[in-house]
Ligand binder design. Structure first.
Ligand SMILES: [Zn+2]
Length: 251
C-alpha cells in the first residue's frame, strides 16, 4: 500500500490515508514525475520514501502540504502559497485531528521550473496552482477538478474563480491530468469542460431559485437533495450550504 504505483508515462502515485480517513477510503494522491514530487500528503500518515529531488505544492490545505515538513526537499509553489507555507494559519481542531497540522516550511515562489509551469488556478482555494509540463502536456491538478459534480465547499472557495481557472487549464489542452483525489482523469479536456458546464448551469439555477424567494438552505435541498454527511463530519467546515453561498456569490 505504501509503495509508489506506476501509472504509465513516467508518473507514479501513492494514495495516502490517515488513521481517521482509511475506513472510508478517503485519501489523497501524491505523485512523482521526472524527479519531482507533486504534493506532500498529510502529516498524519505513514512515512514514505521519495526519490524526488524537489517538491511542488499545489495548495496549502493540510492533506496536500502537511507532510512537506518531514521531507526536507526544496519546495516550489505559487506566490501566495509560498507565503502561507512559511506562515501557516492555525487550523481548526477537526482538520488537525483528521489530517494533522501544517508546520512552517521554507518555500520558493516560482512560475516556471525547468519544463514545468506553476499556473495560478484559484477557486478551490485562493492560492491554488496546477503543475503543467509543457514538454508532455501532463497536468497535476491538485484539487482543481475533484469530480464533475463536486458540490462541497470549504472556506476560501470561489465559484467564479474556479470557472475561470478551469477554462484557463482547458486552454492548455492537457494530454494527461492527475487529480489529487480522483487520480488519473480520462479525457481531461472533456471532463474539465463538463465541470465548467455543471458549475455554470448550477449557478444559474441557484440564482433563479433565489429570485423566486428561496433561502440558501432551501436552494441546497432543491438542487442537491439535502446536506452532505461531510458537513456533520467536518463540523460545518465543508458543506453543500457553503457551496450554495458561493454559487450565489454570498460566501
Ligand atoms: Zn484542497
Amino acid at each position: 500500500m505504501w509503495n509508489w504505483q506506476p501509472l504509465g508515462h513516467g508518473v507514479e502515485t501513492l494514495f495516502l490515508v490517515t488513521p481517521l480517513t482509511w475506513w472510508i477510503n478517503f485519501g489523497v494522491h501524491i505523485y512523482q514525475y521526472k524527479g519531482f514530487q507533486i504534493d506532500a500528503g498529510p502529516l498524519r500518515t505513514l512515512r514514505y520514501t521519495s526519490r524526488a529531488e524537489a517538491l511542488f505544492i499545489t495548495h496549502t490545505h493540510e492533506d496536500h502540504a502537511g507532510g512537506a515538513s518531514r521531507l526536507s526537499l526544496p519546495i516550489f509553489t505559487g506566490k501566495e502559497a509560498a507565503y502561507l507555507l512559511q506562515n501557516p494559519p492555525p487550523l481548526p481542531l477537526y482538520r488537525r485531528l483528521v489530517w494533522g497540522t501544517v508546520k512552517p516550511v521554507p518555500a520558493q515562489a516560482a512560475e516556471r521550473v525547468g519544463s514545468f509551469f506553476l499556473v495560478p488556478t484559484p477557486g478551490h482555494s485562493p492560492e491554488h496552482v496546477i503543475v503543467y509540463d509543457e514538454e508532455t502536456g501532463v497536468v497535476f491538478g491538485g484539487d482543481l477538478f475533484l469530480s464533475v459534480k463536486a458540490n462541497l465547499a470549504s472556506p476560501g472557495f470561489n465559484v467564479q474563480a474556479l470557472i475561470h481557472s478551469l477554462k484557463k487549464v482547458i486552454e492548455l489542452a492537457p494530454r494527461r491530468f492527475f487529480c489529487a483525489h480522483a487520480g488519473a482523469v480520462e479525457e481531461p479536456v472533456k471532463a474539465l469542460k463538463a465541470k465548467v458546464d455543471f458549475l455554470e448551469l448550477t449557478r444559474d439555477q441557484a440564482l433563479l431559485l433565489k429570485r423566486k424567494g428561496l433561502r440558501p438552505s432551501e436552494i441546497r435541498d432543491r438542487l442537491f437533495g439535502g446536506e452532505s454527511a461531510w458537513a456533520l463530519l467536518s463540523g460545518g467546515i465543508m458543506s453543500r450550504l457553503r457551496f450554495v453561498y458561493a454559487l450565489l456569490d454570498e460566501s
